[in-house]
Ligand binder design. Structure first.
Ligand SMILES: Nc1ncnc2c1ncn2[C@@H]1O[C@H](COP(=O)(O)OP(=O)(O)OP(=O)(O)O)[C@@H](O)[C@H]1O
Length: 295
């Protein structure tokens, strides 16, 4: 059987089936559609303005490595006029973050971007290794996530940046929508699909990969031969998110558009103000109660 030609350029040999659309396309057309969709997400949401100083939350993993590469490419191609930085938080997880930070240091050279690394140890006086040693693995992802958010803000302030971008992708967001529905966390459901968030005293944060499928990010990294670190965190991943992930993968296998459809459903919810207020205070109380029980 003759090899298929690319459905987009009708010239090159099709090398892959696009996970998001099922189209059989060539490598070059895949790069173009992937990058153009991220560019459209950025421009439609007016994420940046010329002269912005933007920190890329860089963990060394596939999502943030592809994000750094694509941000650099689009900034040059479309002349966004951004000053880009890499910002990494070292949570103090031996055998995981120390190795992934080596990748980020290489990315700094490869992408020619200034890098700032800030550790939990220097900010808070302890590491995740020490915390897990003391309180065990249950809920450690939740604590680590809260501390990382603050650490990223502190690092961003040190770099004097206006904006932090992270590699959260469409799968992450769809999982979060499902988790919030399963938990009945209506307040979070209302904001988890926002592409851009900014608290009263926090730096603006956004997710340019909001509509990018995880499988396509992996494919992009593979075909571009990007240098990234692919090991999972050694401390137990968030078990509840794991259930949502498995469920989402099943849905995606049956119908690939399920991921985008869940995000669109999340976007369509409108949450009443009184629900937002009640749930926020309840969540903070339960987080600190669980921390106090352990320490
Ligand atoms: N230690 C860190 N330092 C800086 N940014 C981070 C760090 N950990 C996570 N992030 C940011 O948050 C995003 C989502 O993180 P998450 O832990 O869900 O990892 P992930 O989905 O495996 O992403 P990645 O593949 O980039 O590691 C990352 O893409 C990155 O932008």
């Amino acid at each position: 059987m003759a090899p298929r030609t690319c459905m987009l350029c009708d010239k090159n040999r099709a090398m892959l089936k696009r996970p998001k659309t099922g189209q059989q396309i060539c490598k070059d057309c895949f790069f173009v559609v992937f990058e153009t969709e991220v560019h459209n997400t950025i421009t439609e949401s007016e994420l940046f303005k010329p002269g912005d100083r933007v920190a890329i939350g860089a963990s060394g993993g596939k999502d943030s490595t592809v994000l750094a590469y694509v941000m650099k490419t689009l900034n040059e191609r479309y002349k966004y006029g951004l000053n880009l930085f890499l910002l990494s938080i070292d949570e103090g997880i031996t055998g995981y973050r120390d190795d992934s930070l080596e990748t980020v240091k290489r990315n700094q050279q490869q992408y020619d971007m200034p890098l700032k690394i800030l550790s939990y140890d220097e900010l808070y006086g302890w590491t995740m290794d020490a915390i897990v040693d003391q309180v065990g693995r249950k809920n450690n992802c939740t604590f680590c996530g809260v501390f990382r958010r603050q650490a990223l803000d502190r690092g961003a302030a040190m770099l004097g940046v206006d904006h932090i971008v992270t590699g959260h992708n469409a799968d992450d967001i769809a999982e979060t929508v499902l988790m919030n529905i399963m938990r009945g966390d209506i307040a979070r459901l209302g904001r988890c699909t926002s592409i851009c968030t900014q608290g009263e005293d926090t730096i603006k944060r956004s997710k340019p990969f909001k509509y990018a499928y995880e499988k396509e990010i992996v494919m992009y990294a593979y075909f571009k031969k990007l240098d990234y670190f692919s090991t999972e965190c050694i401390y137990s991943p968030d078990a509840y998110r794991g259930h949502a992930r498995v469920f989402l993968k099943d849905l995606e296998a049956a119908r690939p558009s399920a991921i985008i459809d869940i995000i669109h459903s999340g976007e369509a919810f409108e949450i009443r103000d009184e629900v937002k207020a009640t749930q926020k205070s309840q969540r903070l109380c339960s987080l600190f109660a669980s921390f106090n029980q352990r320490s």
